[in-house]
Design a protein around this ligand. Structure first.
Ligand SMILES: [Zn+2]
Length: 116
C-alpha cells in the first residue's frame, strides 16, 4: 500500500509495527468477533477439533477480516481509511491535531508495552 497524500507526503505500508497504521474494527463487528473466536477457536481447541496452529490461524483470520486498515499522514495529520472499495480521507480540523494518533508506543519500546 502506498498513499500519495494531498500535502505531498507519501505514506508507505511496507513492513509491520508501523506507527502510522492502524486496524479499525467497527463496533458493529466487535462482539461478533469475540463470539466467533469463542466458538470457532477456543471451543474448537478445547474440544480437540483443531490443533494449536489452526487456532492461531483462525483467530488471526477472524480479527483481520473484520478490521479496516487506516493510515495517518505524519506531516499533515490526514487520516485515511481503507474501505476496501475505496480510500476515505479525513482532514484534521485544526493545525493542532495530533499527527500520530495511531502510534501506541515509542520506537524503542517492545510490542505490548502500551498495555502494561
Ligand atoms: Zn499529508
Amino acid at each position: 500500500m502506498r498513499i500519495d497524500c494531498s500535502c505531498g507526503a507519501t505514506i508507505k505500508d511496507v513492513t509491520d509495527n508501523l506507527p502510522h497504521k492502524g486496524h479499525m474494527i467497527p463496533d458493529q463487528e466487535w462482539f461478533a468477533v469475540f463470539e466467533a473466536i469463542d466458538a470457532q477457536v477456543i471451543d474448537a481447541l478445547y474440544e480437540g477439533r483443531i490443533d494449536r496452529d489452526r487456532a492461531y490461524t483462525l483467530a488471526r483470520r477472524l480479527i483481520s477480516r473484520s478490521a479496516e486498515l487506516m493510515y495517518q499522514c505524519r506531516d499533515c495529520g490526514r487520516l485515511y481509511v481503507d474501505r476496501r472499495e475505496r480510500l476515505e480521507c479525513f482532514i484534521p480540523e485544526t493545525d493542532q491535531t495530533h499527527c500520530e494518533v495511531l502510534r501506541s508506543r515509542s520506537d524503542g519500546d517492545s510490542p505490548g508495552a502500551a498495555t502494561k
